[in-house]
Design a protein around this ligand. Structure first.
Ligand code: IMP
Ligand code: MG
Length: 178
C-alpha cells in the first residue's frame, strides 16, 4: 500500500484490528442494554465520528435510525463550551432512545453543551458513545456510557479524526507529528 503522497505516516496507536475488535465488543454491550424491538436513534457528531459510527451501527441488532449534528467552537477567546450549531438534527428526538456518537472527548466542553441542548428535546433516553477519551485533558465531567479506548494526552489522527482535515481516511488511529 502506498503512503499518502509519501509523507511520513502517523505512528500507529490503535490498529485497524484493535479498533474492529473493540467496536464488536461495544456493539454487544449496546445490544444488551437496549430493547431489541425498539428503534435506536444514532446521532453522529460531524465529521469525525462518521467512520466509527458506520462500523458500529452495522453491528447493532435493533432497528436503527441515523442522523447527524454539527457544531463548531467559537474562537478560543470566547467562553469554552459556547458552540455554534452548524447543522441541527433533522429528526425529532422526543420519546426516542438517542445514542450520541462522538470520535473523542477532550476537554468535555463541546459534549456538555450538546448533551444539555439535546436533553431539552425530551428523548426517552440519551447516552453517549465515544471511540476515544483523553481523561487528562478533561475540564468538565462528561459521563461516557460506552467508551472505545482511553488514551494519553497526544494529538491523534485517522479513523475519522483529522488535523486540518487531513488523515481522516487512515484505517487506524495514529499519533500526529504536527
Ligand atoms: P472538547 O471535548 O470540547 O475539547 O472537544 C473535543 C473535540 O476536539 C473533538 O470532537 C475533536 O473534534 C477535537 N479533538 C480533540 N482532541 C483531538 C485529537 O487528538 N485529534 C483530533 N481531534 C481532536
Ligand atoms: Mg469532533
Amino acid at each position: 500500500m502506498s503512503t499518502q503522497h509519501d509523507e511520513a505516516l502517523p505512528e500507529v496507536l490503535l490498529s485497524k484490528e484493535q479498533i474492529e475488535q473493540r467496536i464488536a465488543e461495544l456493539a454487544e454491550e449496546i445490544a444488551r442494554d437496549y430493547p431489541e424491538d425498539e428503534e435506536l436513534l444514532c446521532l453522529g457528531i460531524l465529521k469525525g465520528s462518521v467512520f466509527f459510527m458506520v462500523d458500529l451501527v452495522r453491528r447493532l441488532p435493533m432497528p436503527v435510525a441515523v442522523d447527524f449534528f454539527q457544531t463548531s467552537s467559537y474562537g478560543s477567546s470566547t467562553t469554552p463550551g459556547e458552540v455554534l450549531i452548524k447543522k441541527d438534527v433533522d429528526l425529532p428526538l422526543r420519546g426516542r432512545h438517542v445514542l450520541l456518537i462522538e470520535d473523542i472527548v477532550d476537554t468535555g466542553h463541546t459534549l456538555t453543551t450538546i448533551l444539555a441542548m439535546l436533553r431539552l428535546r425530551k428523548p426517552k433516553s440519551l447516552r453517549l458513545c465515544s471511540l476515544l477519551d483523553k481523561p487528562d485533558r478533561r475540564e468538565v465531567e462528561v459521563p461516557i456510557d460506552y467508551l472505545g479506548f482511553s488514551i494519553e494526552n497526544v494529538f491523534v489522527v485517522g479513523y475519522g479524526l483529522d488535523y486540518a482535515e487531513r488523515w481522516r481516511n487512515l484505517p487506524y488511529v495514529g499519533v500526529a507529528t504536527v
